[in-house]
Design a protein around this ligand. Structure first.
Ligand code: FCX
Length: 458
């Protein structure tokens, strides 16, 4: 089928039967051990969540329905009818996440058009709320408020209140909300950026004939087309590069399996049958934390500060000294390490490849130069330091500084763009949670006395 919903409808019976079969035959099969260490250590490594669309291998990194980033770049459709290859569309990866199948060009184009049609306007009450927020309010707070406000138009919420739908049909209304939510993100993001940089006045126009990432860029005022209202200084190639950077960034941040804070929160809140707007708004609150989505901003601050204190971004000895100074004052090196990955993050490699493909654009940017040099120097220092389980760069090492290069200077805003992208994975899962009819999440907690009692017994 050429549209996403009918494709899902075709998949559902087989997938439901598959899960039913597993539940029937293997309900009591043991998967993992829960240790005292994992209870007090953030449940690291406990295999205890069902997550369909992505899985993270410590060595090879993220796979989207089994496809690596490189495979996605080779196989997923980009914008159609362009002579030269553009980055794949996040819409293509959304199709892949939802169905497990690589979309055809026509399917990707249809989904792109569907999102543009659904995303033409924000609800009036959301616009009013966004207009009334303090203009200097944290952009992630604005995003969470904007999203939560839209639960007023949740189709699932309305049908549930009416009592008119049965459990087997929940998914269909969740699906409608999910597509409407994802479609609204370019407008909401543009509104937040205009609040923090332009006193709430629009910076660009929504173009129904363009893709989702293009509309994020145009609404930020960051294309050189007529859809951007401010005087953006981009030439044609910079404008096109920035849109492709947005497609790349929003294409590879969609999901990082189920246990990370934003994904897990969305899934947990959704398990109470809170609608997708409330569930993802909660996920956004988690993404705002400095150890999660905010790390990209920390990296930019770190790079700028280091460049102020060293004589050149190519001075290896001074860079090493700066890193040791940071570690010795008990701070982390932002953009390095990962809870699961044990190799350089392939998402980082994809961003670095974007830089390498544009040497004239980036060679005079001291911050980008320092970012590249750090990716060689920091792992050596972190290894010698001896604490970090993964001394390699994660995606946040590169992403923020590329936005900064093109003129996005509001560091707190980067995570809003992350939030646009991250909607796709956790919200896909929310649709599948309801297809599978998964129950409310309710792990058992233990107090210290109970833990001590368990310890005494051994
Ligand atoms: N610099 C210095 N020390 C680090 C470090 C870093 N980049 N990364 C980990 N460590 C330290 C930890 O602080 C911990 O020290 P402790 O024993 O004194 O508490 C020790 O190394 C072991 O931690 P480890 O098991 O390797 O890492 P965790 O799973 O606990 O934490 C994060 C993973 C990502 C939170 C950690 O590596 C970190 O703080 N990195 C810097 C922030 C960052 O880049 N975050 C982005 C993560 C990611 F991309 C995302 O999810 O968004």
């Amino acid at each position: 089928s050429l549209d996403l919903k009918s494709t899902m409808v075709n998949l559902i019976p087989k997938r439901r039967a598959e899960l039913l079969e597993i539940r029937k035959n293997y309900q009591n099969l043991k998967v993992d051990d829960i240790t005292i260490g994992s209870i007090i250590g953030g449940m690291r490594g406990n295999r205890s969540l069902l997550w369909q669309s992505t899985s993270l291998d410590p060595e090879t990194g993220i796979k989207f329905q089994g496809y690596t980033i490189q495979e996605c770049q080779d196989l997923l459709p980009s914008v159609s009818n362009k002579g030269k290859k553009e980055n794949f569309l996040p819409e293509s990866i959304l199709w892949l996440l939802m169905t497990g199948e690589i979309p055809t060009q026509q399917q990707a184009d249809n989904l792109s058009k569907e999102l543009a049609t659904r995303g033409t306007k924000l609800p009036e009450y959301t616009i009013k709320i966004m207009n009334d927020l303090p203009k200097n309010m944290h952009p992630m707070t604005q995003l969470a408020i904007g999203l939560a406000s839209m639960n007023k138009s949740s189709i699932f919420g309305e049908k549930y209140q009416e009592g008119s739908i049965g459990k087997n049909d929940f998914w269909e209304y969740i699906f409608e909300d999910v597509l409407n939510l994802i479609a609204a993100l370019p407008q909401l993001t543009g509104k937040i950026y205009s609040n923090i940089t332009n006193n709430g006045e629009p910076l660009g126009k929504f173009n129904e004939n363009k893709d989702w990432s293009y509309n994020i860029c145009s609404l930020l005022g960051m294309t050189n087309s007529n859809d951007s209202l401010n005087t953006c200084n981009f030439n044609d190639s910079q404008s096109n590069d920035f849109i492709n950077l947005m497609r790349l960034y929003t294409g590879i941040h969609v999901d990082h399996e189920g246990g990370n804070v934003s994904a897990h929160t969305t899934h947990l809140v959704g398990s109470a049958l809170s609608d997708p707007y409330l569930s993802y708004s909660s996920g956004i609150m988690g993404l705002a934390g400095p150890l999660h989505g905010l790390a990209a901003q920390e990296v930019v601050r770190f790079l700028i500060q280091m460049n102020k204190e060293i004589s050149s971004p190519n001075n290896e000895a001074e860079i090493e000294e700066y890193l040791w100074k940071t570690l010795n004052s008990n701070k982390v090196i932002p953009g390095y390490g990962h809870a699961v990955l044990r190799r350089p993050d392939p998402r980082f490699t994809a961003m670095l490849d974007f830089v390498k493909a544009r040497p004239t654009e980036f060679s005079n940017d001291p911050n980008v130069t320092l970012m590249k040099n750090l990716s060689d120097i920091t792992p050596k220092v972190l290894l010698e330091h001896g604490k970090t389980k993964n001394p390699f760069p994660n995606v946040d090492s590169a992403s923020g500084i590329l936005f900064y290069h093109y003129g996005l200077k509001e560091l707190l805003f980067f995570t809003v763009i992350f939030g646009c992208s991250r909607s796709m994975g956790p919200l896909t899962q929310l649709v599948w949670d309801r297809i599978y009819g998964l129950p409310i999440e309710r792990p058992k907690s233990l107090d210290i006395q109970q833990i001590k009692n368990i310890c005494k017994k051994t």
